[in-house]
Design a protein around this ligand. Structure first.
Ligand code: ATP
Ligand code: MG
Length: 570
């Protein structure tokens, strides 16, 4: 390849890099931090991960893979009141399920409490931190606003000795919650409010899920985060946009505490927002606690465990994260794009099976009473490797109630008296009549079949043009199942962005519909939780964790209709 071509190729390559990759490539070129790439995913173990976290996970872990670097998992456990081991475990499960593995053991900010304490002592010794006796309200009031200078605390100029003594006594538990705080001594006139003597430590007499009662002072995020990055050798500390204004403080702490050339650097990207979805952990916790949903893994939740139970695949979520890319500005992604991604993945991989959700009996009056036969049907036309299976056929079947209409309009190509339809992978049948009970409800539909029209037989009769093809199951062979159909949990596009209205007001009362009288083909008796299927003509479904041999339970992942592709074509 000549030089010109090489150059052009590079240009093309850099075009497709996102802005974080561009930063990394620039850093690599300049051998920043010895040309290492080391990222981290730093969840606070105070809730389950959601699709926004999944975006961040995909970004951090993929960057590490792409640049032969490392990615740590670090539990940012500095607030003992809200944290729990249950969350720690679920977070690890979710990351692994998404297909990623962190470098070495999981890390915990709480492992650094001693080091962070020692560094705080160093800042005090250097005259760069002080103990303040004022209340949180007084401190907030003195910070003033960005347009007017703040007021210095009367305790700001305490001697180093007094500060060291008070800070140690804070650690030893001599003071009550809120009685004292440690503050960095930076600049009460800074135009950046985060630089106006921010808090470093607060007193909290609370039991920590890992350190127990060893500590009663806990470091603040802004102090702990950058220092933890430094301890772990992180090079690119990627976080969401709202931390951009914290960056000078991140850098202040790092540069005041270290004497090496190595520096972790904070970089910000826009958080993922999805339409029809709330994503804050606090709000998700509220939905769980107040029983608006059935737990964190309710299939209507945007949590990773909810999406998983709903039937989303790791590949579909990774692909979604890839398609949306990384943005520098906040925006809202249409939730139908996420649904599109799972549909695309399942279309390639999910076996096609027959299930009838709203059954009505179909009786083939000219089919012998005791006869049964096994018909061959393709497992997945999109996957040539997937082969065929045999499904039982007999005189009494179930079809969808809505596939029959007594007085049908002209363009109704399904079942109506006097019209032929094909039963998928079986025969062509002619509909005769509906049988009704005393109240006029249809209890049975009668038809006759053309014994020579068997699908795949190659006979002239089987090639007859018939407009409709229906799915069915054999009544005596089918397994009974419960099928749960989900709709969006909120019926407002931006449920938590309405100033006047609480987001819970927008909960969709019809977001869960349980169909308990469904019939599925017998092959589905041997399925396990999280198996994926396409129910012919109905959508993609997966086996719920509640499913058992006595009672099969399926969740509808998505319908077949792709509203995203449709809007893109408009
Ligand atoms: P929430 O605001 O939902 O409570 P959080 O930011 O408090 O989330 P953390 O556990 O602190 O949750 O987040 C861990 C990581 O995930 C952080 O690096 C954070 O930037 C990232 N993250 C959280 N929400 C999103 C989102 N919606 N899009 C992208 N990244 C996110
Ligand atoms: Mg947070």
């Amino acid at each position: 390849m000549d030089n010109k071509n090489v150059k052009e190729e590079n240009v093309n390559e850099s075009k497709s890099l996102n802005f974080i990759q561009q930063i990394i490539e620039e850093d690599l070129k300049n051998n920043v931090n010895d040309g290492r790439v080391h990222t981290r995913f730093p969840p606070e173990p105070n809730g389950y991960l959601h699709i926004g976290h999944a975006k961040s996970i995909c970004l951090n872990f993929s960057l590490a893979q792409q640049y032969q670097g490392k990615c740590n998992l670090r539990f940012d456990d500095t607030n003992p009141v809200k944290e729990d081991t249950e969350y720690v475990n679920s977070i690890m499960d979710d990351i692994k399920w998404l297909g990623f593995q962190w470098d070495g053991e999981p890390m915990y900010t709480s492992d650094y409490f001693q080091q962070l304490y020692d560094w705080a002592v160093k800042l005090i010794t250097d005259g760069k931190a002080y103990v303040d006796d004022q209340t949180a309200a007084q401190i907030a009031e003195q910070k003033k606003s960005p347009t007017e200078p703040g007021i210095e605390s009367p305790y700001r100029n305490r001697s180093v000795e007094e500060n060291l003594d008070l800070f140690e006594r804070m650690k030893n538990g001599e003071f009550k919650d809120g009685e004292k705080v440690l503050r960095a001594k930076i600049d009460m006139t800074s135009s950046n409010m985060h630089m106006r003597d921010p808090l470093m430590y607060r007193i909290m007499h609370a039991h920590h899920h890992r350190t127990g009662d060893q500590w009663c002072i806990y470091p603040m995020y802004d102090y702990a985060h950058g220092e933890s990055d430094y301890i772990e050798g992180i090079t690119h500390s990627i976080c969401t946009l709202e931390f951009e204004v914290h960056r000078p403080l991140y850098e202040w702490f790092v540069s005041n505490l270290t004497d090496t050339d190595y520096r972790p650097k904070q970089r910000e990207f826009a958080r993922l927002n999805l339409s029809y979805t709330v994503m804050s952990k606090r709000k998700l916790l509220e939905l769980v606690k107040d029983n608006h949903v059935n737990g964190w893994d309710d299939p209507r939740m945007p949590t990773v465990s909810g999406l998983r139970r709903r039937g989303f695949t790791p590949a579909s979520i990774r692909n979604f994260a890839d398609i949306i890319g990384v943005a520098k500005r906040n925006n809202v992604i249409d939730v139908s794009l996420l649904e599109h991604c799972v549909r695309e993945d399942l279309n390639k991989t999910a076996p096609r099976v027959m299930a009838v959700l709203n059954p009505v009996k179909l009786i083939i009056t000219n089919y012998p009473e005791n006869k049964e036969e096994f018909l061959s049907i393709e497992n997945n036309p999109e996957d040539p490797e997937s082969g065929n299976r045999d499904i039982p056929f007999s005189r009494e079947l179930y079809i969808e109630r809505e596939d029959f209409m007594e007085d049908a309009p002209k363009k109704f190509f399904r079942m109506t008296p006097g019209q032929e339809v094909r039963l998928k992978a079986a025969y062509i049948v002619m509909c005769e009549k509906a049988v009704k009970d005393a109240d006029g409800n249809i209890t049975e539909i009668h038809c006759t079949y053309d014994a020579k029209s068997k699908s795949g037989s190659g006979s002239e009769e089987s090639k007859r043009k018939v407009k409709g093809t229906l799915h069915w199951v054999s009544a005596k062979h089918a397994a009974k199942a419960e099928v749960r159909i989900y709709d969006r949990l909120f019926n407002h596009e931006a449920p938590d962005a309405q100033k006047e209205t609480d987001f819970k007001e927008f909960i969709n009362p019809d977001s869960l519909q349980i169909l308990s009288e469904c019939y599925v083909e017998p092959s589905l008796k041997n399925t396990k939780a999280e198996d994926h299927f396409q129910f012919t003509r109905l959508g993609y479904f997966s086996v719920d964790k509640d499913s058992a041999a006595e009672k099969l339970v399926f969740n509808r992942t998505v319908s077949l209709k792709d509203s995203w592709t449709k809007t893109q074509k408009k």
